[in-house]
Design a protein around this ligand. Structure first.
Ligand SMILES: [Zn+2]
Length: 182
C-alpha cells in the first residue's frame, strides 16, 4: 500500500464519515442492480471495484440519498486514494452485513472446523472439496501453480467403483445394495 499524504488522509476520512448505513444500503442496491454482486458474493472475490460500473453505482447511490458531496469527494480522488477508499467501502459493506466477509473457502473452513489450506475449489465446477480427494494438476501456463479438479469432473467412473467394491467385498450386505443400482 502506498503512503498517503495528510491531505489525502483527510479527504478519505471525510468521505468515510459520510458512509452512513443509508448510503451503504443504496450502494449495495445499485451494485446488485448492476449485477456486480449478489447475496452470495464474498468480499475478497469482489474484484470489480474501481471500474466504470462501480463508480456509476457510487454516483447513483449518492444521488439517491441526496449527498452529491460524497461523490464529488470520491471523484476528486487520485487512483491511490480511490483504491484505498474502495477497500474502505468494501469493509463497511461487510461490517454492516451487506456483503459476505472474506472468501468462500475461508467461510467453509471456519464453519466446518477445517484448515483452509486443506480445501480447494474445483477448477472445473467450482465446488469445494478436501484436497486429499482431488486431482492436483500442474497449471498449463505457470509451473509454480497447481489446479485442483474434483473426481467427478475428472470423470470418476461410478460403475467401475461399484464393480470394484463388489469384487472386493463378497458379502451379501454389499451385494444387496450395490446390485440394486447396477
Ligand atoms: Zn469439479
Amino acid at each position: 500500500m502506498f503512503e498517503l499524504d495528510p491531505n489525502s488522509l483527510q479527504k478519505i476520512e471525510k468521505a468515510k464519515s459520510m458512509l452512513t448505513l443509508k448510503l451503504l444500503k443504496r450502494i449495495q442496491e445499485n451494485l446488485i442492480k448492476m449485477n456486480y454482486i449478489s447475496l452470495d458474493s464474498f468480499q475478497y472475490d469482489f474484484i470489480n471495484s474501481g471500474t466504470a460500473g462501480w463508480v456509476m453505482c457510487l454516483f447513483q447511490a449518492s444521488k439517491e440519498v441526496d449527498n452529491m458531496e460524497f461523490y464529488d469527494i470520491y471523484d476528486s480522488f487520485g487512483w491511490i486514494e480511490s483504491d484505498n477508499f474502495d477497500s474502505i467501502i468494501e469493509d463497511e459493506l461487510v461490517k454492516n452485513k451487506l456483503l459476505l466477509k472474506g472468501d468462500k473457502l475461508e467461510m467453509i473452513a471456519r464453519e466446518l472446523g477445517l484448515d483452509k489450506n486443506d480445501i480447494e475449489e474445483c477448477a472445473v465446477c467450482s465446488k469445494v472439496y478436501p484436497k486429499e480427494f482431488m486431482h492436483k494438476e500442474k497449471c498449463e501456463y505457470d509451473d509454480e501453480y497447481f489446479n485442483y479438479v474434483c473426481k467427478h469432473c475428472k470423470g470418476f467412473d461410478y460403475m467401475e467403483w461399484y464393480r470394484g467394491l463388489l469384487e472386493k467385498e463378497k458379502s451379501y450386505q454389499v451385494w444387496k445394495y450395490v446390485s440394486a443400482t447396477l
